[in-house]
Design a protein around this ligand. Structure first.
Ligand SMILES: Nc1nc2c(c(=O)[nH]1)N[C@H]1C(S)=C(S)[C@@H](COP(=O)(O)OP(=O)(O)OC[C@H]3O[C@@H](n4cnc5c(=O)[nH]c(N)nc54)[C@H](O)[C@@H]3O)O[C@H]1N2
Ligand SMILES: Nc1nc2c(c(=O)[nH]1)N[C@H]1C(S)=C(S)[C@@H](COP(=O)(O)OP(=O)(O)OC[C@H]3O[C@@H](n4cnc5c(=O)[nH]c(N)nc54)[C@H](O)[C@@H]3O)O[C@H]1N2
Ligand code: SF4
Ligand SMILES: [Mo]
Length: 738
C-alpha cells in the first residue's frame, strides 16, 4: 500500500527561520584557531585548495592555501562562504522519523537503523531485491562513492543504483569513451596559457568555475584568441574575441559546419589523422552538406562569424577546446561532444603542451565519482557492469560469486519513473536532491509520495528529505577523511577538520552500520577511509581509470596525483595521450560521424520561445547548501527570468513584472529581468530554487538516448505577463518547499 501524500506541514518543516544565516559578529573563536587544515572547497569540480581554521571542533573561518598549484589561493564567492555550513543552525544533529500528524520527530540511531533494515528486508522479500533502489551523488569523496557502489550491489543486492552525475557528466563521459576509450579531461588547465585559440562551448566559466578564469585569461594575455559559444553574452563571453550566440539546442550544426570548413580549406593534420585516428572519412562525409549558410539558418549565428571561428581554429598551431553543460544537457549531448572532439582530432591538437581538450567537470567529485561505480551501468575503475571479465574482476575483490553481482538497472530519471509506476517500492538516497534537480519535478514529487519506504542521508533537511520516513544525520565534506578527483583528473586529499556535530555520524559510518545489519558486515570490514581507498586502488588496477599507484602519502606529498597512475613508482599523468596510445581497442582516437537533428522540443505557435536553464555564481546546484548562507542569498535572492528587450517589447513585459512561464509540463511565475545579454528568441532561468520557484517544474523529461541525460537546456515555453510588479526580493524569500 502506498503511503498517504506527504503533508503540507511536513513539507514546510524546519525550512523557515534560518535560510539567511549570517552570524552578525562573525563566528566566535575566529581569532585564535586551534588548528589550520589544508583541504579543498566542497563545491565545484575545480576543488580549489583552501585552509580551514578550526576552534573547539568547529570550523570558524578560512585562509587561502597559496601553495596549492591550481588556484594558488584564489577562491570564488561560494568558496569563501562555505565554512558557514559547519555551525549552521539547520544542521541535522540527530536522526529523524516522520510520524503521521506529528511531522519529523528526533529518534535514536538504533531505532532509525533498525526500522530502515526492517523495511529494506520487507520490501525485498515481498517484491524482489530490485524493488529497493538507491540514489547517490558526487559531492561524495572517492571513498564514499566506491562504498555506495559496493553497498548497493553487495549489501542491498539491487541493480537499481544511480547517481546525480546522470544529470551532469554522462554525455561527456560517453563522448570521451567513444573517442578516446577513456573519460577524463585530457590536459591540465595550465595548458591554456600558451594556446593560440581557446574555444569554450556552453560553459559560463566566470560564474560556474570562477577560478578557471585565471587560466583562460592568462592564455588570452599571451595572445590567445578566445571564442565562446553561448546563447547568452556571459561574463566570459564579454571578454572573448568572438562570441557565437547560438540558438539553444543547435550545437552539433555549428561544430559540423566548422569541420566542413577545415576540410574545404585543408586546415587538417593529415599525419595525425592517418597515424593515430580512425573514422575520419565517415565523419567528413557526415558533414559534407553542412555549409556555412545552412549552419547560419539552423544556429542563428551569422555565417561570417562561423567562418572566422573556423579560420582561427584551422590556422592555429596550438589550441584548447573545452565544454560544459550548455552542450551536454541536450538530447544530443553525446553527439555535441563528439562533434567538438572531431575538431580537435582533425587538427591533431591533443596530447602536446598547450594543445588540449576537456569537458569541465561540474560537481566537486564529478570526475572521481563517475569512475568508482555508483553509476548503474558501471563498476569501479570505470568498468562495465555487463562485461564478463570486468564483473569477475570486481566480484573477486568483493569476495562474492560473479553471478550474485547485479546487472545494470534504471538510470536516475528512469528510476523515478519506475517508482511512479509502482515498480520500485523503497529508496535510500545520499547526496542527491531530485525534487529540485530532476526535470519535470511534478512527476518526481508524485513518485516520492508513492514510495512505501524512503530513507535519506543528508546534513540538511533538503527538499527531497521532506519526503523521507527516516532521515539520517550525515556528515559534511570536512568531517571525514578521503580523496576527490578534480576536473583536471588530479586526485587530492580531503582532510577531516572536525567531527560531525551532536549525534550526527559520518556518512561512511552510517553505510557500514547498515551493511552490517543487512548481514554483509564481513564484506565491509574497514577501519578507516584509507582502507576503503586501498581497496578502490586494487579494484581500479589495470582499468580505464587506474588509481593503483596512488596512495594517501603520495597525494599529500605532491599536493595531488593525476590518474592514470598504474604503479607505486609512477608519477601520475597530468597530460593524456602524449604517447598517442589511446585506450580504444585499435589504440587510435575515433572520429564519430555526427548527423544533425533538432532538440527534443522545438518552438511552435503555442510555445514560441526557447527556455534554457542553468546557474548563477552565488548559488550551488539545488541550493540546499547555498540558500542557507545569507551573504550568498543577498547576491542573487530569487530566480529571475532573463529576457532580451526586443522580446520584452513584443510580449509587452516590463522589467520586474511577474511573468507566467508555461511549458507542456506546467507553469511558474518569475520576475522579469530585461537584459541585452541574451538572444531574442531565448529566455533563461537559474534552477537553484525549490517549490513554486523551481525551473524544473517546466523542463522536459526528454533524455539523450545514449547518456540518458535530461535536456535541461531546451524547452519550448510561452510567456504570459501578469501585469503585476514583483515585490522586492526580501519579501519573497520565505518560499516554502511546496
Ligand atoms: N556558481 C555555481 N557554480 C557551479 C555550479 C553551480 O550550481 N553554481 N554547479 C557546478 C556543476 S555540478 C556544473 S555541472 C557546472 C555547470 O557549469 P556550466 O555548464 O558552465 O553552467 P550552466 O549554467 O548549466 O550552463 C552553461 C551555459 O550554457 C549556456 N547554454 C544554454 N543552452 C545552450 C546551448 O544550447 N548551447 C550552448 N553552447 N550553450 C548553451 C547557458 O547560457 C549557460 O551560460 O557548474 C559547476 N559550478
Ligand atoms: N533545470 C536544470 N536542472 C538541473 C541542472 C540545470 O542546469 N538545469 N543541472 C543539473 C546538474 S549538472 C546537476 S550536477 C544536478 C545536481 O543536483 P543534486 O545533486 O540534486 O544537487 P545538490 O544540491 O548537489 O544535492 C545534493 C544533496 O546532497 C547533500 N550533500 C552534499 N554533500 C554531501 C555529503 O558529503 N554527504 C551527504 N550525506 N550529503 C551531501 C546536499 O545537502 C543536498 O541535499 O542538478 C541538475 N539539474
Ligand atoms: S571555484 Fe569551485 S571549488 Fe573553487 S572556490 Fe569556487 S566553488 Fe569552490
Ligand atoms: Mo553538474
Amino acid at each position: 500500500m502506498a503511503r498517504p501524500p506527504v503533508s503540507e506541514e511536513r513539507l514546510a518543516a524546519d525550512f523557515g527561520p534560518h535560510l539567511n544565516y549570517a552570524p552578525p559578529e562573525g563566528v566566535p573563536g575566529r581569532e585564535e584557531p586551534d588548528d589550520i587544515v589544508e583541504t579543498h572547497c566542497c563545491f565545484c569540480g575545480m576543488q580549489c585548495g583552501i585552509k580551514l581554521l578550526v576552534k573547539e571542533n568547529r570550523v570558524v573561518g578560512f585562509e587561502p592555501w597559496e601553495e596549492f598549484p591550481f588556484n594558488e589561493g584564489r577562491l570564488c564567492p561560494k568558496g569563501v562562504q562555505r565554512y558557514l555550513q559547519d555551525n549552521h543552525p539547520d544542521r541535522l544533529t540527530r536522526p529523524m522519523e516522520a510520524r503521521p500528524g506529528e511531522g519529523f520527530v528526533p529518534v535514536g540511531w538504533e531505532h532509525a537503523l533498525d526500522r530502515t533494515v526492517q523495511e529494506i528486508r520487507r520490501i525485498q522479500q515481498q517484491y524482489g531485491k530490485q524493488a529497493f533502489g538507491m540514489l547517490s551523488g558526487v559531492s561524495l569523496t572517492n571513498e564514499k562513492s566506491y562504498l555506495v557502489g559496493k553497498f548497493a550491489r553487495v549489501a542491498l543486492q539491487t541493480p537499481n543504483l544511480d547517481y546525480n552525475g546522470r544529470l551532469c557528466m554522462v554525455s561527456a563521459g560517453a563522448g570521451n569513451k567513444k573517442a578516446f576509450g577513456m573519460d577524463r579531461a585530457c590536459n591540465p588547465w595550465s595548458d591554456m596559457t600558451h594556446a593560440e585559440v581557446i574555444m569554450i562551448c556552453g560553459a559560463n566559466v566566470s560564474e560556474t568555475f570562477p577560478t578557471l578564469t585565471h587560466w583562460v585569461w592568462t592564455g588570452r594575455d599571451n595572445g590567445a584568441k578566445l571564442i565562446v559559444v553561448d546563447p547568452r553574452l556571459t561574463p566570459i563571453a564579454r571578454t572573448a574575441d568572438l562570441h557565437l550566440a547560438i540558438r539553444p539546442g543547435r550545437d552539433s550544426a555549428l561544430y559540423s559546419a566548422i569541420l566542413r570548413e577545415l576540410i574545404v580549406h585543408d586546415w587538417l593534420d593529415h599525419d595525425f589523422i592517418a597515424q593515430h585516428t580512425s573514422g575520419f572519412e565517415a565523419a567528413a562525409e557526415a558533414v559534407q552538406d553542412y555549409t556555412l549558410d545552412w549552419a547560419e539558418t539552423v544556429t542563428g549565428i551569422p555565417a561570417s562569424k562561423i567562418a572566422q571561428a573556423a579560420e582561427w581554429w584551422g590556422a592555429a598551431k596550438t589550441s584548447f577546446l573545452c565544454h560544459a553543460r550548455g552542450i551536454e544537457h541536450q538530447t544530443k549531448g553525446v553527439e555535441n561532444v563528439s562533434a567538438c572532439i572531431n575538431l580537435v582530432l582533425a587538427t591533431g591538437r591533443i596530447g602536446r603542451p598547450y594543445c588540449g581538450y576537456g569537458t569541465i567537470t561540474g560537481q566537486g567529485n564529478g570526475q572521481g565519482g563517475r569512475e568508482h561505480g555508483h553509476k548503474t551501468d558501471q563498476l569501479p575503475g570505470n568498468r562495465d557492469i555487463e562485461n564478463p571479465e570486468d564483473r569477475r574482476f570486481v566480484a573477486d575483490i568483493w569476495g562474492i560469486p560473479e553471478p550474485e553481482l547485479p546487472h545494470s538497472g534504471y538510470t536516475a530519471y528512469e528510476m523515478l519513473e519506475a517508482i511512479h509506476r509502482g515498480e520500485i517500492k523503497g529508496l535510500l538516497s545520499i547526496c542527491f536532491n531530485p525534487v529540485v534537480s530532476l526535470p519535470n519535478n511534478n512527476m518526481v514529487r508524485e513518485a516520492l509520495d508513492k514510495l512505501e519506504f524512503y530513507a535519506c542521508i543528508d546534513f540538511f533537511l533538503s527538499e527531497t528529505a521532506h519526503y523521507a520516513d527516516i532521515v539520517f544525520a550525515g556528515s559534511l565534506q570536512e568531517e571525514e577523511d578521503g580523496t576527490v578527483t578534480t576536473a583536471e583528473g588530479r586526485v587530492v586529499r580531503i582532510r577531516a577538520a572536525v567531527r560531525p556535530p551532536g549525534e550526527a555520524r559520518r556518512d561512511t559510518a552510517i553505510l557500514l552500520e547498515l551493511a552490517r545489519r543487512l548481514g554483509a558486515g564481513d564484506k565491509f570490514a574497514y577501519e578507516t577511509s584509507e582502507d576503503i581507498f586501498n581497496e578502490l586502488r586494487r579494484a581500479s588496477r589495470g582499468s580505464r581509470a587506474d588509481y593503483f599507484g596512488i596512495t594517501y602519502e603520495k597525494v599529500e606529498k605532491n599536493m595531488g596525483i593525476f590518474w592514470p597512475c598504474p604503479d607505486l613508482d609512477h608519477p601520475g599523468t597530468p597530460r593524456l595521450w602524449e604517447d598517442r596510445q589511446f585506450r580504444t581497442p585499435d589504440k587510435r582516437a575515433h572520429f564519430v560521424p555526427v548527423k544533425y537533428h533538432d532538440p527534443g522540443e522545438v518552438t511552435d505557435d503555442e510555445f514560441d520561445v526557447i527556455l534554457t536553464t542553468g546557474r548563477v555564481v552565488s548559488q550551488y546546484l539545488s541550493g540546499t547548501q547555498t540558500r542557507r548562507i545569507g551573504r550568498l542569498v543577498d547576491q542573487y535572492p530569487e530566480p529571475l527570468l532573463e529576457l532580451h528587450p526586443a522580446l520584452a517589447l513584443r510580449k509587452k513585459i516590463a522589467d520586474r513584472e511577474l511573468v507566467r512561464v508555461v511549458t507542456r509540463r506546467g507553469s511558474a511565475i518569475f520576475p522579469a529581468q530585461i537584459v541585452e545579454t541574451i538572444r531574442e528568441d531565448t529566455v533563461f532561468i537559474p534552477y537553484h530554487w525549490p517549490g513554486k520557484k523551481s525551473a524544473n517544474q517546466l523542463t522536459s523529461g526528454h533524455l539523450d538516448p545514449v547518456s540518458k541525460i535530461p535536456e535541461f537546456k531546451i524547452s519550448a515555453c510561452r510567456l504570459e505577463p501578469t501585469g503585476q510588479t514583483a515585490p522586492p526580493p526580501s519579501e519573497t524569500q520565505a518560499w516554502r518547499a511546496t
